[in-house]
Design a protein around this ligand. Structure first.
Ligand SMILES: *Cc1c(COP(=O)(O)O)cnc(C)c1O
Length: 370
């Protein structure tokens, strides 16, 4: 049992290994695993995640933006890195760092070929993204001829994979929609393969796709490795352990008399005698104002303490009237017993938003029991 001295985000590498092995156990041995480490590894630390995952055998990485891929390369990551959402202004440095672009629209395809030709590339690895219903980014099924026309005119680019993304693989009520996405991807992929004359990898599944749609594993899956833990009961598998835990301490305790108020704009008013604690974490650390005014809670010695009043930039205040605790005691914002998903739910959001909002000001502490 660790006890922290300030606000920290603990990153547990044994949990990361556990989740990796658990998700691998759901795949046929020949299926590759791409670890998505975008957004600072879902708010943790992308370099720490990627180095550990590279060591234990991840086949591929993905990030959202070129800058994130460059940071991984500069840290010494040599595994292939797919950039999911690049922009043409960064194509030249993308090539310099041997990052692999997702080509997701006619404009992006044309611009990438142009840069690859200028930089005298031969067979530069790139990936074609198809839209099968998420309607976010990706080529449409009827773009195949357009794509082939452009690829046939150059040897600067070689397609490593064809992929698509599921919109609702965590939702069992959307099974029919998801199966349609899978079928549509299969159809478009076989049309592309027939015209390409070689066979790139196919991938479509995210984490909940791995768990719920074995028929969509294809040659590779893309997963955030449950960095957030199991999410909520409906969405994820409780076998997934949260890699990140957010902890802090009680800075000061106050006793409020009935009628006294607390915090900015006097948003909390004590009905009776109220014991409060002030915690060094605020909206500048990623705990937004929507968590305040009893919308969400933290845990002290296993007991719930609601966040009261308005969240400040560097502090929150909590109600500890019924909790036996003292200054310096540990406060859990989320961990493996009080999940990030539940804490986020109180504020009307999801664990991903809570995790990725944790600012660089919060110290990352690596726990490596491997
Ligand atoms: C973020 C992302 C993933 C990973 O999704 P998880 O549900 O976290 O596993 C996979 N593919 C794409 C295209 C993504 O943007």
């Amino acid at each position: 049992m660790s006890s922290v001295k300030e606000t920290v985000l603990e990153i547990n590498l044994a949990h990361l290994t556990h989740n990796y092995n658990y998700l691998r156990s759901k795949l046929k041995p020949e299926v590759k695993l791409l670890a998505v480490v975008k957004a600072a590894g879902y708010g943790s630390d992308a370099v720490v995640m990627a180095k550990h995952l590279e060591r234990i055998g991840a086949d591929y990485f993905a990030v959202a933006y070129v800058s994130e891929g460059i940071a991984l390369r500069e840290a010494g990551i040599t595994t292939p890195i797919l950039v999911l959402h690049p922009q043409p202004i960064n194509f030249s440095s993308l090539i310099d760092y041997r990052l692999e672009p997702s080509l997701y629209s006619p404009r992006i395809l044309r611009e990438f070929i142009k840069v690859a030709v200028t930089k005298k590339q031969k067979g530069y690895p790139a990936h074609i993204k198809f839209n099968t219903g998420l309607n976010r980014i990706g080529f449409w099924e009827n773009d195949v001829d357009y794509i082939m026309d452009h690829l046939n005119k150059t040897d600067s680019v070689k397609i490593q994979s064809l992929f698509s993304h599921l919109a609702a693989s965590e939702d069992h009520n959307e099974k029919e929609f998801t199966l349609n996405q899978i079928n549509s991807f299969k159809k478009t992929a076989s049309e592309m393969i027939a015209k390409l004359g070689y066979t790139p990898m196919l991938h479509q599944s995210n984490t909940s796709g791995i768990l719920n749609y074995p028929e969509a594993h294809f040659d590779m899956v893309r997963t955030g490795i449950g960095l957030y833990g199991y999410g909520n009961e409906v969405i994820y598998d409780k076998e997934l352990k949260p890699v990140a835990s957010l902890k802090s301490i009680i800075s000061q305790i106050h006793m409020l008399e009935p009628g006294e108020t607390l915090g900015y704009n006097r948003a909390f008013k004590a009905d009776g005698y109220t014991k409060t604690a002030t915690i060094p974490i605020g909206h500048a650390d990623g705990i937004g104002r929507q968590y305040g005014n009893k919308n969400s809670f933290v845990t002290i010695h296993g007991k719930k303490a609601y966040i009261i009043g308005n969240v400040c930039m560097d502090m929150i205040m909590i109600d500890i009237t019924d909790i036996d605790c003292k200054e310096g005691d540990e406060v859990i914002i989320f961990d493996n017993t009080s999940s990030a998903a539940i804490i986020a739910e109180g504020a009307g959001t999801i664990s991903y938003e809570l995790l990725t909002a944790i600012s660089p000001r919060v110290k990352r502490v690596i726990i490596d029991n491997n």
